[in-house]
Design a protein around this ligand. Sequence first.
Ligand SMILES: *Cc1c(COP(=O)(O)O)cnc(C)c1O
Length: 429
Amino acid sequence: MHKKGVNMNYIKGLKCRECRREYAIKPIHVCEFCFGPLEVVYEYEAIQKEMTRRKIEERPKTMWRYQELLPLNGPPSVGKDVGFTPLIKADRLAEVLGVKEIYIKNDAVNHPTLSFKDRVVSVAVSKAKEFGFEVVSCASTGNLANSVAALAAEGGLESFIFVPHDLEQGKILGTLIYGTNLIGITGSYDEVNRLCSEIGENYKWAFVNINLRPFYAEGSKTFGYEIAEQLGWKVPKHVVVPMAGGSLITKIWKGFNELERLGLLDRVESKIYGAQASGSNPIVAAFKEGIDWIKPQKPKTIAKSLAIGNPADGFYALKTIRESGGFAEDVSDEEIIEAMKLLARTEGIFTETAGGVTVGVTKKLIEKGIIPRDESILISITGNGLKTQEAVQDRVGKPRIIEAKFSEFEKIVSPNQKRFKETILQASV
Ligand SMILES: *Cc1c(COP(=O)(O)O)cnc(C)c1O
């Protein structure tokens, strides 16, 4: 048996989010009695004694510095360097949007596969190894596929990955390279997911976002912990989060509240905002209609990583938004592209379509007066633009091709750009 403090196990067990029935730790995700989803619960009193700001700050700069609040029995077996991505103050973007203070949490440069999914998968694959599984699997809209393939390879596990067949090329290639079994399904993500549930009943595999979902989802909390720590143990007033299945938004909120409960944060007064694409907005639609159940949709948007028509955690995402006093909004494909370009031009960050959704929704909420201009705003950037090149391919212009001659170069410099000639000469004096 593991000793507490030595092997960092503060897990109490699993608990149904609906009827509160408790279960021992096993690879299960729904309550046998009420079919509610299961969630990991911890020994918070013991954690409070162990975890101080100082102790956390002394640890390596990875998501594992919050190890007491993650559901592993021992150290992670894969993804040891995941997390602690940059949190930057985005002054140029704030100026363009006409607000006082914007921060960006940038998981576009997460390690190893350039999206926030490395957080959830490093927990899920490490847990799969603790349980003794030999095969890991998932239903994915793309980023999860990349991450499961990479971290399964690192852990020496076999992987089977199921995706809609028409994903972006970067997401397909960025999965195949790791030597996985990639299966493209002629159907939507929701159909892929249904098929995976059926396969899971017949094959004893670790499906990271199905039977391991309670453990997987806990990894998302670290996105929230890092925001708080990197802002000097404070949380922003307004936090905008992209929603696919609705898990990340729920877990950022859970993460903030855990830190408050442990005395690591003074008071959580954040409002949480959910962002979706207009072509796949089941959670936003339910929020605006004022209902607490989700009407499934058939997604059609360039934001493929968020294209889930029947989100597993939609109900809890709605609850998070309402409980925190936030709002939900969506943007068109055109607004997504414009927002991707805006972020790149102002902050030098090339995000994927999902990031365009978050930036676009933030802009819209500011313009509508729902997010005030004089309070701190955090934008969650969850994925990298190099993976969704198709979306902006024809929208960024083309390089100008010339011969390697100075006279040819002089011909294409506009009269207005000639002023830079002077600037350079002066600077070099
Ligand atoms: C999966 C994903 C999300 C949202 O995840 P959920 O937890 O399912 O809501 C956000 N952004 C990107 C880039 C993703 O891949």
